[in-house]
Design a protein around this ligand. Structure first.
Ligand SMILES: [Zn+2]
Length: 358
């Protein structure tokens, strides 16, 4: 007799569950495998991004991490510059305003500090200048040696027998028959450093070479617009200008000759009394601007000395020079004299009366 085997229902349910699990595992396994594959494909085909400088710069610094002090240079401003100016002033290098603006005056003071402390005189306050400046061993300002250089070769016509630069003013007229050593065309020597008002303008070559070096340095400091408006002028040319003005007063204003001459002397230099006769003086201007108020004027006043030029007619010395201030007029005397005049605050008349031996 065939006995029907009774199927155990629990076993059936168990088998069904096992089957479902196997199917589920298979499906899931394929899914997982394909996901892993895709990820590897992605990793192989997507390039790893390179770090970009711009992104790095945008990272906000953690304020709790001390950062090194910023480098200060022309154009910097704020509290850091104020404390720099105060420190330079305390050491005797700076006598301008504590205004937090790093301009030409601050730069000149930084350079003077650097020179005196054996640092590279670049006018920029970086790590080494800062640490020297704020250290107890920072050297205070000492005026330059007052020893005047020995007489230079007599073949240089603008150097006096005692070695000092020739003085030309209303009381010391240009010597009779004075001849410059070597006149050169301003536009040829200065090239791209400045525009020249008159292409035929001349100047003493040694002064033009110093002028060019000075203007190139100004370009390096970001001041690129300069015009040379006046250079060498002969006494004859000056006489002609003077006579022309006298005649105009006589004819147009009906002045007597004596009155016309007096009126002319207010605006036109006496023939033989202008430094332009030497070929060592130049008028620097900025087209379209009143020079006195320009950045160029500030730069010139701070830096001309290091290129052998002096600001010949300043406000402080009007009573001595007899000329109203002319911040655009520089006169070449050579660096050894210019630096002493700067450091001791002397105009040419004072310098010669203090050190002259004639
Ligand atoms: Zn001038």
């Amino acid at each position: 007799m065939q006995q029907k085997r009774k199927t155990n229902p629990k076993r059936v349910i168990g088998l069904i569950l096992l089957g479902v699990m196997i199917i589920a595992a298979a499906v899931l396994g394929v899914r997982v495998a394909s996901l892993v594959d895709m990820t590897f494909v992605e990793m192989r085909t997507t390039p790893t991004p390179e770090p970009v400088a711009g992104n790095v710069m945008q990272v906000t610094p953690d304020p709790s991490v001390p950062t090194s002090a910023p480098v200060l240079r022309t154009g910097s401003q704020g509290e850091e510059v104020k404390s720099l100016q105060a420190r330079l002033q305390a050491l005797g290098y700076y006598n301008g305003e504590i205004d937090g603006q790093f301009g030409a005056g601050t730069k000149a003071a930084v350079m003077a500090f650097q020179r005196q402390n054996g640092l590279d005189a670049d006018g920029v306050v970086g790590e080494s200048t800062r640490s020297t400046l704020y250290s107890p061993s920072a050297e205070p300002y000492v005026p330059a040696e007052t020893a005047v250089p020995a007489p230079t070769s007599a073949s240089v016509p603008w150097i006096r027998a005692d070695g000092l630069p020739l003085l030309v003013n209303r009381d010391s007229l240009l010597p009779e028959g004075y001849q410059p050593a070597e006149l050169a065309l301003v536009c040829e020597v200065c090239g791209e450093a400045a525009t020249v008002k008159d292409s035929a303008m001349l100047g003493e070559r040694v002064a033009l070479e110093a002028l060019t070096a000075m203007l190139q340095a100004a370009h390096g400091d970001g001041l690129t617009v300069w015009q040379i408006s006046a250079g060498y002028r002969t006494v004859e040319k000056q006489q002609a200008l003077f006579d022309e003005q006298v005649r105009e007063y006589e004819t147009k204003n009906n002045l007597s000759h004596a009155d016309a001459v007096s009126a002319t002397r207010l605006t036109v230099a006496d023939p033989g009394a202008s430094e332009h006769h030497l070929g060592l003086a130049f008028d620097l201007t900025v087209p379209g601007a009143f020079f006195k108020d320009t950045e160029q004027a500030v730069w010139l006043a701070a830096n001309c000395w290091d290129y052998g030029f002096i600001l010949r007619y300043t406000k402080e010395k009007e009573q001595i020079t007899g000329f109203l201030a002319e911040p655009w007029h520089v006169r070449y005397v050579g660096t050894e004299h210019a630096r002493v005049m700067r450091d001791e605050g002397l105009c040419l008349e004072e310098y010669i009366s203090r050190y002259g031996r004639l």
